[in-house]
Design a protein around this ligand. Structure first.
Ligand SMILES: Cc1cc2nc3c(=O)[nH]c(=O)nc-3n(C[C@H](O)[C@H](O)[C@H](O)COP(=O)(O)O)c2cc1C
Length: 447
């Protein structure tokens, strides 16, 4: 794919570290995976070092403070604890950004501000914060609470984020650097914030000086409605879930509008999308690798799910052969599921049901099973269509999938001038190309 380097847009690429093995539920069973990897910091650090070596801009750690896995089938889906994990990773990596997910619903602003800014200082300006209005009743139950109505959760978020930012800025740059012959810092520039809302408050100041990037970058999942409005107000990076390029373009429009309404410049807010890849030197090799993963999970519910997308029941005798055209044509009311069109196209092309699934047809994120060049082309198409500024990789199995992406896809993107120009920038904010911010932004909450 040829792109004019004068107009080519560089892309941001981060990686999701959920659990340790990868996004595929069969990943922990693969021969090269350590089944204890979930609780093994060395495994997580090793993956982080591969991502850092490749120049990926950040590690995104999703989180729900609850147990949401069937432990008879596999490990918990989320890390033991994102802040501790990323602190260990900070000490074992050099450049990569560190973005933990932390709840505005369950954590007090002072704790959020303190832990996140400490991570930012410890990592020399590489921290971000995925700020989440938690929506799991089971997570609230873990804090002895019941889930409040949605509006109230967002009221609390709108109090929490500005208080956190104000606390971050409460040790002002003007406090100066320690002078052994004079004073340590100017106390007149380390000031209380004195903010109290309906739900949360903090006096401050926070006894942590600015990091190399000032304070952590804010990342938020946009969702829709109240979530999008909140992301438009605070986020430097908005994380989206698009099912197609068209979907991404529509989402970008919605963000543009919401960010403008919030009085900010849409060009300063980056949109990153989740993508999923299974890589091989040929498409067949990529599919076979994915099928090894698929073979390690219960196939029946997945075939039933595929059948629902295709509008037909798939008999086990047909799992490995192309579905007859008659079966596919028989469906007169196509599934409204956004994955259905792709599943039907793949089945019509003659791929067997097992291969259709191996293509990632059941994944909720866009992506493909294919060669490194296919993956690079795919990413470029999204960026060139204005559907994303970048991506969060959700790889099926990290043990081999992450080195494959770093060693085979990234060099292609670099060669094409689409990735890596800000490699030398030391902080996450600079590597994302975001504007400076310390404390609250002007116009934010009467500041
Ligand atoms: C791309 C994406 C990533 C998300 N990551 C997390 C996560 O790591 N932890 C979490 O609790 N919620 C996560 N969410 C959920 C949202 O933060 C939010 O709770 C959800 O969109 C619905 O909330 P609401 O219906 O109350 O607005 C994510 C949502 C999206 C779209």
């Amino acid at each position: 794919m040829y792109t004019d380097p004068r107009t080519a847009q560089l892309m941001i690429i981060g990686i999701q570290l959920a659990g340790t093995h990868g996004a595929h539920p069969g990943a922990w069973r693969m021969p090269q995976a350590d089944p204890n990897g979930y609780a093994d910091i060395d495994t997580a650090v090793r993956h982080a070092q591969v991502a850092d070596r490749g120049g990926l801009q950040f590690i995104f750690v999703p989180d729900r403070p609850l147990l949401d896995a069937d432990l008879s089938q596999g490990p918990p889906r989320f890390q033991m604890e994102p802040m501790l994990l990323l602190t260990a990773i900070a000490r074992a990596t050099e450049r990569i950004g560190l973005v933990p997910s932390m709840s505005t619903s369950l954590t007090e602003p002072y704790t959020l501000a303190r832990q996140l800014k400490a991570l930012d200082v410890i990592s020399h300006g590489r921290a971000g914060w995925n700020a989440i209005a938690t929506n799991d009743p089971a997570a609230f139950a873990n804090y002895g609470k019941s889930m409040p109505p949605r509006l109230e959760k967002y009221e609390r978020l709108h109090e929490t984020i500005p208080i956190v930012q104000a606390l971050w800025g409460s040790w002002e740059y003007e406090a100066g650097a320690p002078d052994k012959n004079g004073r340590f810092a100017d106390p007149a520039h380390v000031r209380p914030v004195e903010l109290q809302g309906q739900h949360v408050g903090a006096r401050g100041p926070l006894p942590i000086p600015p990091s190399e990037q000032g304070q952590p970058v804010i990342v938020q999942a946009g969702g829709g409605g109240l979530g999008l409005q909140a992301a438009a107000m605070y986020a430097d990076v908005i994380v989206g879930m698009a099912t197609s390029i068209e979907d991404g373009q529509a989402y970008r429009k919605a963000i543009h509008q919401a960010v403008t309404q919030a009085g900010r410049d849409p060009k300063t807010v980056k949109l990153v999308m989740f993508v999923t890849f299974s890589l091989g030197d040929t498409v067949r090799e990529a599919l076979d690798r994915r099928r090894e993963l698929d073979a390690r999970v219960d196939e029946r519910p997945r075939m039933a799910e595929l059948g629902a997308l295709l509008g037909t029941r798939i008999d086990p005798s047909r799992f490995d052969a192309p579905l007859p055209a008659g079966l596919l044509d028989a469906d007169s009311s196509p599934s409204p599921d956004p994955r259905a069109a792709r599943a039907r196209r793949l089945a019509r092309e003659g791929w067997s049901p097992r291969d259709v699934i191996a293509h990632g047809a059941l994944d909720h994120t866009p992506g493909l099973a294919g060669t490194p060049a296919d993956a690079a082309d795919f990413l470029q198409r999204y960026v060139d269509a204005g559907a994303a500024d970048g991506f969060i990789l959700s790889l099926d199995a990290h043990e081999d999938g992450l080195p494959a992406f770093v060693d085979k896809v990234l060099p292609l993107l670099r060669e094409r001038g689409r990735f890596g120009a800000a490699d030398d920038e030391p902080t996450l904010r600079e590597r994302l190309g975001g504007p400076a911010q310390y404390g609250l932004r002007p116009r934010q909450f009467g500041n």
